[in-house]
Design a protein around this ligand. Structure first.
Ligand SMILES: NC(=O)c1ccc[n+]([C@@H]2O[C@H](COP(=O)([O-])OP(=O)(O)OC[C@H]3O[C@@H](n4cnc5c(N)ncnc54)[C@H](OP(=O)(O)O)[C@@H]3O)[C@@H](O)[C@H]2O)c1
Length: 215
């Protein structure tokens, strides 16, 4: 069992945190302002730690970025390169913005948030995954019937193997886990946010996922 530092304390951090605790991991939430955090009660009730960003990263075997996409570089910078060195960073973030009143995917310099993080922290091992679905589906794939897919992007095969094991512990099967290549491929899954938003509006619910069918 590992100590897992979740950077960001919003909806996804709570969903992932609750599942990780259920699986026996130690969970520490990293906040910009742990003293005045609205999740203090939640953390105490679930047996999760709640600290600053640097402390959460320093004590973690594995780090998860659950900050908003465009805030992620700032959040990881506050967590500290020395606290991220050599560690797997699971990046579940997406970047979103409104352009002329229309929702758009926001990525740094036409690339992806995952690439930005990997490039800013070259000694960390960024794996983009789980960002193409709602939080509750991330940790409970069985709630969506039939075949559906979770993508993996990252440059470090050992890091992706480690994340694969974690995904399996959430209930994902080998046939559902699709490694699409290096961290550059996160551009594709981050862009899928736009499709997610329109599907959400179509269904009126986040209880769905994308499925890749292959001959
Ligand atoms: N919600 C979903 O189902 C879902 C699905 C797929 C991917 N994602 C992605 O996962 C990430 C987290 O989603 P979420 O729904 O958990 O978001 P959220 O509820 O808004 O939580 C994000 C957390 O990040 C921290 N944060 C750090 N810098 C921030 C800033 N500049 N502005 C706002 N918050 C900041 C905050 O924690 P502190 O205040 O404690 O620092 C905040 O609670 C996002 O990148 C999102 O696109 C979400």
């Amino acid at each position: 069992m590992s100590t897992i530092g979740l950077l960001g304390t919003g909806n996804v951090a709570k969903v992932l945190g609750a599942k990780l605790i259920l699986l026996g991991h130690e969970v520490v939430l990293g906040s910009r302002d742990p003293e005045n955090s609205p999740v203090a009660e939640w953390a105490a009730g679930h047996g999760a730690g709640l600290t600053g960003l640097a402390e959460a990263a320093a004590g973690a075997d594995l780090v998860v970025n659950t900050a908003p996409g465009l805030a992620s570089l700032d959040v990881l910078t506050k967590a500290g390169a020395e606290n991220l060195r050599g560690k797997v960073i699971i990046d579940v973030s997406n970047g979103i913005e409104s352009r002329n009143g229309v929702t758009a995917v926001a990525t740094p310099d036409g690339g992806s948030i995952a690439e930005q993080l990997q490039s800013a922290f070259p000694e960390a091992r960024v794996v983009k995954t789980l960002n193409t679905m709602a939080g509750q589906v991330m940790v409970d794939p069985g709630r969506i019937p039939g075949h559906h897919t979770v993508f993996l992007s990252g440059d470090d095969p050992a890091a992706k193997a480690e994340v694969t094991e974690l995904l399996k512990s959430f209930g994902w099967s080998d046939t559902q886990i699709l490694d699409i290549g290096g961290v550059v491929t996160a551009r594709a899954t981050e862009a899928a946010l736009l499709l997610f938003i329109h599907l959400f509006n179509t269904f009126g619910s986040p209880e769905f996922n994308l499925s890749v069918a292959k001959a």
